[in-house]
Write a protein that binds this ligand. Sequence first.
Ligand code: NAI
Length: 327
Amino acid sequence: TEKPLKVAVTGAAGQIGYSLLFRLASGALTGDRPVELRLLEIEPALKTLEGVVMELDDCAFPGLAGIEIGSEAETIFDGVNLALLVGARPRGPGMERGDLLEANGAIFTAQGKALNSVAADDVRIGVTGNPANTNALIALKNAPDIPAERFSALTRLDHNRAISQLAAKTGAPVTDITKMTIWGNHSATQYPDLFRAEVGGRNAAEVVGDQEWLENTFIPTVAKRGAAIIEARGSSSAASAASATIDAARDWLYGSAAGDWVSMAVVSDGSYGVPEGLVSSFPVTTRDGDWTIVEGLEIDDFSRGRIDASTAELADERDAVTQLGLI
Ligand code: NAI
């Protein structure tokens, strides 16, 4: 049988972890290939994590080859092929954005360094923990021996939300919707783009035929969906975030569908006027663990303005973490 894929998950005792680990263990990412889970938590959460491991044991998953837990990144990341960085410091009461960047900066500098020294040569790193784009930037800058292309931040949940909203609006099944793009930051400034998306092979903006809905309903609904979930559920999206984390990793490792693309926040090469070096969401195709930005799309003025606004926010975040000495 094939060697297990070694998958690290940080923040494993958290909400997203509680959904993500069971999906990973059941083969949602690797199919028949077994997985070995390496779970990182902070010390005070290890007891909770032990309880989660008891439940994983109780599922008797045939494809779960082993579980290791701990609070030392160097130990947990040893030899991992995939690291899903979910754990992050949430914004507490009275915390400014700078405080948040600093608290997370400490986590992602340390984890970047640990990955740099002990991860497998083929490691891929997906960052879900917020602020995801900038956390990914911090991690990659602190892992100089790992190619920057191996890091990505999660905008797949936004991508999936956009598909779902468009499907509901047009009455098309989600499987008819292709070429969706989230541009920019995983934040309220993100730009979910219907001008390049398709519904049953037809241009989505034309099928919708309603710029007012596109601007004043669709974009804000997708961009503020996280807040709407908190309002309704009393806690932030977790199962859907776990599902998107798996979707993103699966496409990255095993390839995106022919004739379609996916959204991933990856290090910019300057494509579409996104400043080089920012970790920004793009339309990408993926194959065998590599991604390629879809080139040659015409960008209309409306989209240009939205993309520029979101990438300006990313540049601000980069400046802030540079000033903090994190990168
Ligand atoms: P949570 O608070 O339930 O769990 C986070 C876990 O991370 C906690 O168990 C905590 O102990 C752990 N943790 C904190 N620092 C750590 C460290 N240095 N090393 C290892 N573990 C550490 O949060 P939840 O709901 O699971 O969300 C996790 C992150 O994902 C948050 O930052 C959240 O904002 C983000 N998120 C991102 C989404 C996206 O689309 N990119 C969507 C939803 C959430």
